[in-house]
Write a protein that binds this ligand. Structure first.
Ligand SMILES: [Zn+2]
Length: 441
């Protein structure tokens, strides 16, 4: 239908039948609920009539003759609020007749109702959503990156881009361009177009600016226009002026297959993000007793210092192990040509036990039987290369004395864990193994 003829018919309908002047599209589409949020996203309180009561999974729900509540759709979460003082927990579109379902936390019996939208939540969605339009258009203009997905979450919003990566200068160009649109405070308007009009925009547009999103042929298309910057088919809620978005900032990029997911913050979310990060950096600077601009350098020097301390600690630890090994060898039991070192420890690192055993068996003729008493016991048996003994059966018998099975390794070194045991029990298990070894020997 030609737009002028349509508008004249509508004017007559408004004057003669007293219909709401906003509802031409809903009337043409034969919708059960008139979607007034299309025409004014700033109305947060309204009156309406209940046209249907429903039960959605045990929860009460109503359909109104008209609504400013935005339903979950197009990547944007629904509005929340109250209808006659009863909280609205979910708003959705019913398949088939496109009725807007308001799911409630309680029941409503009145026919005429007062509705109130949770304005801070709605305005936050308007900021993030309009910000997304600007960011997506800036990605095309500054980085030739198209948007193939959008998600507006409770805390973070993301767009999925059809490029594998963005360089830092590209990200900065995108952010600068997007924020320039905000600083210019450009007008954001919406209009419903016929398929022909939308098609002409898709082919290049009247002023040369192409329509960023593809349209569904044969349906009325709602076009959101950001003055001189972007045109996009969209059914969401938007701010009137770009300045209301405050700021757009990309906070994280994540590779997703052959694409890139950009997480961004607009408006109050950007302020909150800045506040959290500013507190973090200020506390770090105070802890490090440096200015915030010196935190990076201070952390680098702390990291270097830590690496050097770790290296020194390792060297000192190795030297201590050598002393300990010498000490143990001095107190070792001599039997024939064997030098038997047996020792039981508690609260000691198992890897350190392994290093100690390796040091001990560097000496010829040494047999090492080490135990660890803890909430989980551990045994490590080893011998020098010149000793012809298999440590595995000895380990098995000691573990079985502790009530455990398993353990593994090679003839020269075997180890395994058992249940909790005190030093005395472990010493007894080692004694058991030693008897077996010396009998075999
Ligand atoms: Zn939109």
């Amino acid at each position: 239908m030609d737009r002028q003829i349509r508008d004249i018919i509508w004017l007559v309908a408004v004057l003669q039948l007293g219909l709401h002047p906003y509802c031409l599209d809903c009337w043409i589409a034969g919708r059960m609920t008139r979607r007034l949020y299309y025409h004014d996203s700033y109305v947060a309180a309204f009156e309406a009539e209940v046209v249907d009561h429903l039960d959605i999974g045990g929860q009460s729900a109503v359909v109104l003759d008209k609504t400013f509540f935005y339903p979950t759709s197009g990547g944007q979460p629904c509005d929340r609020g109250m209808i006659n003082g009863v909280p609205v927990t979910e708003v959705s579109i019913r398949e088939g007749d496109d009725a807007i379902i308001h799911v409630l936390a309680g029941e409503i019996h009145d026919h005429r109702v007062q509705a109130e939208i949770d304005w801070p939540r709605r305005f936050d969605h308007m900021q993030q959503h309009t910000g997304q339009h600007i960011l997506s258009a800036a990605c095309v203009r500054a980085a030739e990156a198209g948007t193939i997905g959008f998600h507006l979450g409770e805390e973070s919003s993301t767009i999925d881009l059809d490029v594998e990566s963005l360089s830092r200068p590209q990200i900065e160009r995108v952010e600068d361009l997007a924020n320039d649109v905000i600083f210019d405070n450009r007008r954001v308007t919406s209009s419903s177009l016929t398929p022909d009009q939308a098609a002409s925009l898709g082919a290049g547009g009247r002023d040369g600016r192409p329509l960023r999103t593809p349209q569904n042929p044969g349906s009325t298309v709602r076009i959101v226009d950001i003055e001189g910057f972007d045109r996009c088919a969209c059914g969401g809620t938007h701010v009137k002026r770009a300045g209301e978005i405050g700021m757009i900032k990309i906070v994280r990029l994540e590779h997703r297959g052959r694409g890139l997911r950009a997480e961004f913050r607009c408006g109050r979310r950007a302020l909150t993000d800045y506040r959290v990060k500013n507190d973090l950096i200020s506390n770090l600077a105070a802890d490090l007793t440096v200015g915030y601009w010196e935190v990076g350098r201070a952390v680098d020097s702390l990291r270097d210092e830590f690496k050097s301390f770790r290296r020194q600690a390792r060297e000192v630890g190795e030297r201590l192990l050598e002393y300990e090994a010498r000490d143990l060898l001095r107190g070792a039991e001599r039997r024939d040509k064997l030098c038997i070192v047996s020792a039981v420890f508690s609260e000691r690192d198992r890897r350190q036990l392994g290093r100690l055993a390796k040091k001990l068996i560097e000496q010829p003729g040494v047999v090492v039987l080490l135990g660890l008493a803890d909430v989980k016991s551990h045994l490590l048996f080893a011998r020098a290369d010149d000793v012809r003994l298999d440590m595995r059966p000895a380990l098995k018998s000691a573990l079985s004395a502790l009530g455990a099975r398993g353990g593994g390794g090679r003839p020269a070194m075997a180890q395994g864990g058992g249940p909790a045991a005190d030093e005395e029990r472990i010493r007894a298990a080692i004694g058991h193994a030693l008897k077996l070894l010396t009998n075999d020997g």
